[in-house]
Design a protein around this ligand. Sequence first.
Ligand code: UDX
Length: 489
Amino acid sequence: MMEAAIMEQASSIPHVLIFPLPVQGHVTSMLKLAELLSLAGDGGGIRVTFLNSDYNHKRLIQFSDVESRFRKYPGFQFKTIDDGLPMDQLTKGEKVLDLMGEMGLKTRPIFKDLLAQMDPPVTCVIGDGVLGFIRDVSVEVGIPIIRFRTIGASCFWINFWLPEIIQAGELPIQGEEDMDRMITKVPGMESFLRCRDLPGYCRLSADDPVLARIVRTTRESSSSPPSPLILNTFDDFDGPIQAQVRHLFPKTYAIGPLHEHLKSRLQATATTSSSSNSLWKEEAGCLTWLDTQPPGSVLYVNFGSITVMRREQVVEFWEGLTSSKNRFLWVIRPGLVSHEEELDGGDEIPEELVEGVEKENLKVLVGWAPQEAVLSHGAVGGFLTHSGWNSTLESIVAGVPMICWPFFADQQVNSRIVSEVLKLGLDMKDVCDRRVVERMVNELMVEKKEEFGRKAVEMARMAKESVKEGGSSYENLELLIEDIKLMSS
Ligand code: UDX
């Protein structure tokens, strides 16, 4: 009798499988969600399987503390899967589009087998919204699917309206002189959205297969009934756009900023966590250098995990930064600089950017930084960023104003919201000129330091409030957990 009751109870425990696109920005936010769900119900309430690519998992285990961190959750496990690309260390993360294509072909059938064989059975899949096959397979196998979009509400909303934008002839963009034309077909964004601010892939031709895939995966999720949707954002950041999204996707859970949400819930259980999810080795030495710098004086420069820059662009930034006379910490990821000579022009990269350098007023770190810790260090007063979604949220939580130099995808949108809508910094998109770099760095770090600083501190306060008990993201996570439990009962 007793055994049967225990078996019954065990089989009703929800089992969530989380499956990200295997690139840093997606893995990191979905791992935070995995940990938040593992914490739910006093550690035993939800089983979580995190499905990572073989390649990324090897790196994650090597460079982060995930193995020891997740050991404390008895219902948690990692599983790995082939992502279809060769195990080529340096280039893989940067070939995002190839990766998505290969996964749709090669990973899909493996995923289907794995899902059918999982024991205990999976009761809900939380799949990366950019990988349409996760949804298709889950529906085929008959398991409820929740889509996680690792971007903000604004970019999601623009993606949704792309067919109307194309149909109205607002795309394609007709060359550089057309870039400042306003886009009118995205409800709620008519006053600030220019062609220039559309996601990077909108610069492709209207029949490009990449654009077509994005349109398809976004629209599919609104099929009847629409799949529930998780967004890593919070009400005070993009609440009006979330409200628009909810008209079409009533089950939208905005539960971010996830890194702060996790920190707050861990603190509530008196657990501390170093929380590294890095796919590169973190060089903590830059924190020691920051310790020697005056408060709020350092501009932190980092272009994320995927950006590739031409040599001449790197040189423009170096010249602009050094002639601004501001202190800076520039982190140069291996692979950031393109080695395709024909694209590069004649500029030689200064030795400091190849070897790294440390002086009284500047540091170049060739490697990977513990970014959350860097941004919350008191010496950091500004962030020159590629406007990746995680970097944007991390800067917001740390109360650090930004100069945005978007590279691709949602970053063009994020930079517009940060600069024009929320006034948390400056947008340098589509310009790479040493004089502009120098001018904007001085504007952010000197001339408008107080003005931007005040706004950033206020937004940080709201971000932190949202993940505390009673806050919007806190309550939305509670709803999500309840709904996950309902799906398995
Ligand atoms: C990609 C896309 O570029 C981005 O637009 C999308 O929103 C998510 O996926 P990525 O280049 O990885 O993002 O940028 P971002 O989203 O900012 O994520 C980078 C993560 O790596 C951040 O969590 C950041 O803290 C971390 N990081 C970056 C480090 O820990 N150290 C570094 O040196 C650089």
